[in-house]
Unconditional design. Structure first.
Length: 431
């Protein structure tokens, strides 16, 4: 009875960070940069480890990491300024609007030649995550026999540079490690597989998002403050909600480019009410895009089945006697790791809501998939050869309710593996 109570208490502690005890707006007020959601720079929150059962020591880790903080991508880096520039050229900006245009120009200029590239902050995020991993599980990385680290990465440069910063940090702290690096279209497909009927998902999500943004965002103050009262404004800004989106994209990316922009901050161009409305909109947009939503989740998490098989195969190989593998590292995207978390059934992260309801139920994108998001499966073994696994999501111990726990956050590998096989073996079209 006492052991059962201890286990239940441990599970309660594990899921607490994801339980949604704070409401959405309170969580952002606690750290205002969280409004950026999927653009939020990695936020490390110190946490304690539940001691491993007696006799078990860590020997291997299997990992997936989203790239670190980056520049904006494509039109998200150009269209916001180009839109307000047209208004400025037409003499349609107020004095406050001219200040906004000048600050948006700084982001636009920084974007040139750096589309989607990793920022200085992004590299430092990965170096720090790696250093904490090594310090947290020194037994894995100080082994004289397990010295090989296998690294798979998306072909996108921000992922390659994230890998370079991560592995460079590990090498600095554990010089005995030997690294294998591999990339290619095959690995991009593995780490960020296309979703089932992706075009159909995009179209449906866009319709839902339009209704969500209009329910949460009022653009009237922004239009009156930054643009003159002139009918010609409608020719440049035909959709005020779209302009609010542009402003959000530039305000959100400032934290990722804190070194490149010298601390430039565009949040003050928005009121708290506007900021919260935009944050809710983008929370739901991201949840609908990559999460296990009731609307699209089956077609999105389906894409992670091949990745789960990779986790199984590489773990089985690392467990074998004589293996020299200390870690398998993977570097990809938000579009890869959030579907993976949903398919795995991680506590809270795999929760299913209609798009538009996630933020009301404690599903906060800044917490689930910020820049640098990472999943670590840490493997432990005792002298009898029994293997346990602990799952960390953004460095926090995380439960998988569908798998019987051995003790607290620790699962028998055979139990966890059975779950992984079950969720990945059926690759038929989701319906």
């Amino acid at each position: 009875m006492n052991k059962r109570i201890t286990t239940l208490l441990s599970i309660a502690i594990i899921v607490a960070p994801f339980a949604g005890a704070q409401d959405f707006e309170a969580s952002i007020r606690e750290n205002i940069d969280r409004f950026a959601g999927v653009y939020h720079s990695y936020e490390y929150i110190p946490t304690a480890d539940t001691p491993a059962p007696k006799g078990f020591k860590p020997f291997y880790v299997s990992h997936y990491g989203r790239h670190g903080s980056r520049h904006q991508i494509g039109s998200s880096g150009t269209r916001p300024y180009e839109t307000i520039q047209k208004a400025e050229e037409a003499g349609l900006l107020t004095d406050e609007g001219k200040k906004l245009a000048a600050d948006m120009l700084r982001i636009y200029t920084e974007h040139a030649g750096m589309d989607g590239e990793l920022s200085v902050r992004g590299g430092r995020e990965h170096a720090a995550i790696a250093a904490r991993m090594q310090a947290r599980f020194p037994d894995i990385f100080k082994s004289k026999t397990r010295t090989r680290v296998h690294c798979q990465t998306s072909t996108v440069p921000r992922c390659l540079l994230s890998m370079a910063n991560f592995t460079g940090s590990l090498k600095n702290n554990a010089p005995n490690l030997l690294f294998d690096f591999i990339t290619g279209d095959k690995y991009l497909d593995l780490l960020a597989h296309d979703y089932f009927q992706i075009d159909d998902i995009s179209d449906q999500r866009s319709h839902l998002n339009d209704s969500i943004v209009k329910a949460n965002v009022d653009p009237s103050r922004v239009m009156k403050t930054y643009f003159k009262d002139d009918p010609k404004v409608n020719d440049v800004i035909s959709n005020p909600w779209s302009f609010m989106r542009y402003l959000f994209l530039y305000a959100a990316i400032c934290q990722d480019l804190e070194y490149e922009l010298g601390g430039l901050d565009l949040k003050h161009y928005l009121t708290e009410e506007e900021l919260m409305g935009l944050a809710k909109t983008y929370n739901e947009r991201t949840y609908g895009s990559y999460g296990n939503s009731l609307d699209f989740g089956d077609r999105i998490t389906w894409a992670a089945k091949w990745l789960v098989e990779d986790f199984i195969a590489r773990a089985d190989a690392a467990i074998e006697d004589g293996s020299n593998v200390a870690a398998d590292l993977r570097f990809g995207h938000d579009s890869g790791i959030l579907p993976l978390a949903g398919l795995l059934g991680l506590e809270g992260i795999s929760a299913r809501y209609p798009m538009g309801q996630a933020y009301k139920n404690g599903f906060y994108i800044w917490e689930r998939v910020p820049m640098g998001t990472n999943l670590q499966m840490v493997f432990y073994r005792n002298k009898k050869g029994e293997v346990l696994v602990k799952v960390l999501y953004n460095e926090k111990e995380t439960a998988i309710p569908a798998v019987p726990a051995f003790s607290g956050p620790y699962y028998r590998w055979e139990d966890l593996k059975a779950h992984l096989v079950r969720i990945s073996e059926d690759k038929s079209d989701p319906v």
